[in-house]
Design a protein around this ligand. Structure first.
Ligand code: HEC
Length: 305
């Protein structure tokens, strides 16, 4: 009788015939479900606890900003009178420059609705609005904005445009709506801050990558010269050679200095070396040489370079 009962409990056919009996197994399903959840979230917990989430911080060393190649020259002085009384031509030129440089963000009519500005936050300034300006609407404030930009808010600097071009743009912007009148005081302030009436000399500018490769090339050239001169020196036993060799700790370093400064006058170079002989590969004893002796070394190295 006992045996019979036990067999009944595990009679699966019987179970299928009346599935309601499966209800008795409820806690088993429940246990499996909890276990499955536990395993699933347990796995997910590892990246959370180790903070492996990519938080989107950009490695600033990977951001490369390049400058454009520009020919230098003399930027003509600005006629201060014209700042208070712009001519029609200046305003027309300003419009041309505005259309080329600013319209994409500030819009055709300066409403701040240009297509390139749609995604910006804050939005490009609407020149028709009189309040909320960062630098302000006076002519010196407008000039400052173009000189320095408002970088943190997405307004670039236009310092590479000649001052007169920037003023022409400003004159054009000032035609959109009523702006504060230009006073003599503001013009004077502009002039003292930016030296507009003096004109400026703009040096040539080349891209950083090219500058770097020029420097590396120059260094490689000097280094190969150093090797060459060193070989010749060691093969030669003249008094000048001995004078040099006896007064150096690091002959390569010393030759590097002499060769890369061959355009200097020897006396001036000697003075520089005397201030820090060890830094340049010389022994401190070098300071006991006379200018005459140093000149001999200098001329000799120059002659075999
Ligand atoms: C890439 C889009 C963009 C371009 C191109 C651009 N700007 Fe802006 N500009 C902005 C944004 C954004 C602001 C808003 C800055 C702020 O809220 O302070 C702004 C603000 C200004 C202001 C207001 C400054 C203030 O005091 O609030 C002036 C003036 C201005 N721009 C002039 C110019 C001129 C002139 C040019 C062309 C030579 C130009 N912008 C080109 C995006 C642009």
């Amino acid at each position: 009788m006992e045996k019979q009962k036990i067999r009944d409990e595990i009679d699966f056919r019987e179970l299928l015939r009346s599935p309601l009996r499966l209800y008795g197994w409820f806690f088993v399903y429940f246990f499996i479900l909890i276990l499955a959840f536990g395993i699933f979230f347990g796995h997910k917990l590892i990246p959370i606890s180790f903070n492996e989430q990519n938080v989107g911080i950009i490695d600033s060393s990977l951001i490369k900003r390049e400058v454009v190649e520009k020919k230098g020259g003399i930027i003509p002085a600005v006629d201060l009178n014209s700042i208070m009384n712009p001519t029609k031509e200046m305003i027309l030129k300003g419009k041309e420059l505005f259309d080329g440089n600013c319209k994409s963000c500030h819009g055709d009519n300066g409403l701040g609705d240009g297509p390139a500005g749609l995604m910006l936050n804050p939005k490009p300034r609407n020149f028709h609005q009189t309040d909320g300006w960062t630098n302000g609407r006076t002519i010196d404030a407008l000039y400052k904005t173009l000189q320095e930009g408002i970088i943190t808010k997405g307004m670039a600097a236009y310092e590479y445009l000649p001052p007169s071009d920037r003023l022409d743009i400003i004159h054009y912007i000032r035609t959109f709506v009523e702006f504060p009148p230009v006073t003599e005081e503001q013009v004077n302030k502009l002039n003292t801050t930016y030296n507009l009436s003096a004109g400026t000399i703009q040096p040539n500018q080349i891209p950083v990558t090219r500058a770097a490769s020029i420097i590396i090339n120059e260094q490689a050239q000097i280094n190969s010269k150093v090797e060459l001169v060193k070989e010749k020196l060691l093969a030669n036993e003249s008094l000048t050679t001995l004078l040099l060799l006896n007064n150096t700790i690091n002959i390569e370093k010393a030759l590097y200095l002499l060769i890369s400064n061959s355009q200097q006058t020897p006396d001036k170079l000697f003075q520089i070396i005397k201030n820090a002989p060890v830094d340049f590969g010389f022994k401190p004893s070098i300071i006991r040489l006379t200018n005459e002796q140093f000149r001999m070394i200098f001329d000799y190295v120059k002659s075999i370079t």
